[in-house]
Design a protein around this ligand. Structure first.
Ligand code: FRU
Length: 469
């Protein structure tokens, strides 16, 4: 087991990160018997990834967290090369975890037609911490024959939560066809264990070769399908990362005739992938994404030398406003705010590790500079907002520039956490998430062009109990 390096200047304060080693997708998000559960893809011993386990954090308030330990390890033949991503269904007083048991066969396991098994596994829990016997529900032999061996990441929901008025539960499973197009299999079950294929969800024009980490939910009666597609070509300022994450609004019915409307990216930054949502006991739809990007060698993370890599976004509430899907940090985070400061079109007074800044933009154009090397610029003439790294200052370790079309820029909220930035525009109409690495792990920021009123707070970190390590 690698040791926690407490002196690491890039260690995060208010983002969940791996206690040691590597973290990727959030898994099994739920609130069960009042407690929030965040599981995550985890390789505790290797900051560059390796065999995947499920790590486990719990919290009552999303501020005080406990690292509970490894929840799921690859111990059965049907998951011998990794406990891959999946979800939690809370039903009849139990937490049911559905996930993919990954098995690499001898030979070329990345060959797409054979060489790998993606088994669908169920394990349940009465207390959310100890788990029963794992059951293998489906193997590759059970999936439709037009598919390659890449099938994974079950998201299980109730019919009611996706607008289907029956007592069944529904499973969305990510897939890659033999023709190299991404799609989602939709299964239903009345007993949590026997699953029947009821539909296949795909775009009218093929969109990428593989759809990972599907999710489905409703906001104010509208239906949405979220996916993380691989193999989508860059299109101008869109789809600039190696893989994407976004959602379609869905018209019609998931289990019958449906249509996927325009795909929209969840986040426009450099480091965001494989988000998952859940509904909490207050009825909020909350999204957590992975701050990281697989298979992107040009963007590196110097934290590897400190024994860890990647993090999770803060929990974001998602909701509709004037027909648009908005994302905004859950209100609980405001409890981490310490002393409050304000300025008009100036600078922060000193370098600090953690800030939460609310910026009301008064002029049409605006330029904000974070730590002399990261610029956030809104250009009203072209209606483009750009986040860019000065390549000479190298705070981005390979990250360069990302942009989004935005009709106006009126409000900006910036969460600065040591080596993570989350930037929310106009109350969450667009979001940019990125890693960045200053020499001292601290930042300042200035409004250098245009006029803005800035209120910012120093932040304290989450309270995380790591005694289970
Ligand atoms: C997405 C993903 C999933 C898979 C998991 C493995 O980042 O590739 O499709 O289940 O990561 O760690």
């Amino acid at each position: 087991m690698t040791e926690v390096n407490w002196d690491d200047k890039w260690r995060l304060g208010f983002h969940l990160m791996p206690p040691t080693g590597w973290l990727n997708d959030p898994n099994g998000l739920c609130q069960f018997q009042g407690i929030y559960h965040v599981f995550f893809q985890y390789s505790p011993d290797d900051p560059n990834g390796g065999t995947k386990y499920w790590g486990h954090y719990t919290s009552q308030d999303m501020l005080n967290w406990q690292y509970v330990g490894i929840a799921l390890s690859p111990e059965e033949v049907f998951e011998s090369h990794g406990v891959y991503s999946g979800s939690a269904l809370v039903k009849d007083g139990k937490m049911n975890l559905y996930y993919t048991g990954n098995v690499k066969l001898d030979g070329d396991y990345d060959y797409i037609y054979e060489g790998r098994q993606g088994n669908t596994i169920l394990v349940d829990s009465e207390d959310g911490v100890t788990f029963g016997r794992k059951k293998c529900l489906m193997t590759n032999a059970d999936y439709p024959s037009h598919l390659s061996c890449h099938i994974r990441d079950p998201k299980v929901v109730t019919g009611e939560s996706i607008g289907i008025e029956d007592e069944n539960c529904y499973m969305f499973l990510g897939a890659r066809t033999r023709e190299d197009t991404g799609e989602v299999l939709l299964y239903k079950s009345g007993n949590l264990t026997d699953w029947e294929l009821v539909n296949i969800l795909k775009d009218k024009i093929p969109f990428g070769y593989m759809w990972e980490c599907p999710d489905a939910f409703m906001l104010d009666g509208k239906k949405f399908l979220s996916i993380s597609p691989q193999g989508v070509q860059q299109d101008g300022i869109n789809y600039q990362n190696v893989y994407q994450s976004g959602y379609y609004e869905v018209t019609g019915s998931f289990d019958h005739e449906y249509q996927l409307e325009r795909f929209k990216e969840w986040d426009r930054g450099f480091d965001f992938y494989a988000p998952q949502t859940f509904q909490d006991e207050n009825g909020r739809r909350i999204l957590i994404g992975w701050i990281g990007m697989p298979d992107e060698p040009s963007q590196t993370n110097p934290t590897v030398a400190q024994g860890w890599q990647n993090a999770l976004t803060v929990p974001r509430e998602i909701f509709l406003k004037e027909g648009k899907v908005m994302q905004y940090p859950v209100a609980e985070l405001e409890k981490l705010r310490l002393s409050r400061h304000t300025f008009v079109s100036g600078c922060t007074s000193e370098r600090r590790k953690m800030y939460d800044a609310e910026i009301t933009v008064v002029s049409e154009d605006i330029k904000i500079v974070i730590s002399e090397g990261i610029e956030l610029v809104y250009d009203k003439t072209h209606e483009i907002l750009t986040l860019s790294f000065d390549q000479e200052k190298n705070l981005g370790y390979g990250r360069n520039k990302r942009s989004v079309h935005l009709q106006s820029c009126e409000q900006i909220r910036i969460l600065v956490d040591t080596s993570c930035l989350e930037i929310y525009l106009n109350g969450g109409e667009e979001v940019f998430t990125t890693r960045f690495y200053t020499e001292d792990g601290m930042s300042d920021f200035c409004v250098t062009e245009g006029d803005a009123k800035v209120t910012y707070w120093e932040m304290e970190g989450l309270h995380i109990d790591l005694s289970a390590l």
